[in-house]
Write a protein of this length. Structure first.
Length: 277
């Protein structure tokens, strides 16, 4: 990735953090602050709008859904979420996989980041993976097919009702999880906020995620920078209930400081060792 693209990503991350703090921004003010042209700022806002993070308005942008209060209960489909920040999710997955110990039992919640993580976990010997995600189970099965017979992870898939994000939720999933105990839970989320904690727009998924948290010795949240400051309908674990947060290098410094005030450990994944973090 070129220097120009890196600077644009960092500027967009900072702009997004500002919008989430104050609700809106103006093109002219951003142009003066970052000492770039108004056309450059419009391209930044357009990039954020394509990801569904902001709404462009005349002369600036608003937080997505802020005009009506909508969006907190809207659950995007799995394929739509897969197109958001794929490079960051891959960096996070690689870093998070290093936390899994051979021979241990881990749980993975549903999500596009946890699906990416599943591929990396397939290389950890003698792992048992509990998941309520059809996509995670499929990824583990695909990876097992590329390895010597018997070398794949043991997968425990809960039953339940399937959501738009391909999570299995409801009483059946929760009953299964209440009988299990894992060393480590890797959980994704729709949003992460110092006050609200980890949130999801789906009430049933939030309840099942609480059961996942309850069966885990430690909780690892995997969330890219675009999730910071987003508050969805239902909280399922406080930020202080998270042992480790694994995020990407585009998380703004104020957000990093806030995260460190709550979680026990912050890991900033970075594909390029030359970059700071």
């Amino acid at each position: 990735m070129g220097v120009g693209n890196l600077l644009a990503r960092r500027r967009q991350s900072a702009i997004l953090a500002e919008i989430r703090t104050i609700g809106s921004v103006r093109v002219a003010e951003l142009s003066a602050r970052y000492r770039v042209s108004e056309m450059t700022i419009r391209r930044d806002l357009a990039a954020l709008a394509r990801q569904g993070l902001v709404e462009k308005v005349h002369g600036g942008a608003l937080l997505s859904g802020s005009g009506t209060g909508a969006g907190r209960a809207v659950e995007p489909g799995f394929e739509a979420k897969s197109s958001w920040a794929p490079a960051a999710k891959e960096e996070i997955a690689r870093a998070a996989a290093a936390l899994a110990v051979p021979g241990s039992a881990v749980a993975l919640s549903a999500g596009t980041t946890t699906r990416a993580l599943a591929r990396h976990l397939a290389g950890v010997p003698r792992l048992t993976v509990v998941t309520n995600s059809v996509r995670v189970a499929e990824a583990l099965e695909e990876e097992a097919g590329r390895r010597p017979e018997g070398d794949g992870a043991t997968v425990v898939l809960t039953g339940g009702v399937r959501t738009p994000s391909d999570a299995l939720v409801g009483p059946i999933a929760e009953l299964a999880l209440h009988e299990l105990h894992v060393d480590l839970l890797f959980t994704g989320c729709h949003g992460i906020d110092p006050s609200a904690g980890l949130t999801t727009p789906n009430l049933a998924e939030a309840e099942t995620n609480r059961a996942l948290v309850g069966c885990a010795g430690r909780v690892v949240a995997v969330a890219d920078h675009s999730k910071w400051g987003v508050v969805s309908l239902s909280s399922f674990v406080s930020l202080s209930g998270v042992d480790t947060l694994v995020t990407d290098a585009d998380l703004a410094e104020p957000a990093r400081r806030a995260a460190r005030d709550h979680v026990r450990r912050l890991i900033v994944a970075d594909a390029d060792p030359a970059r700071g973090g």
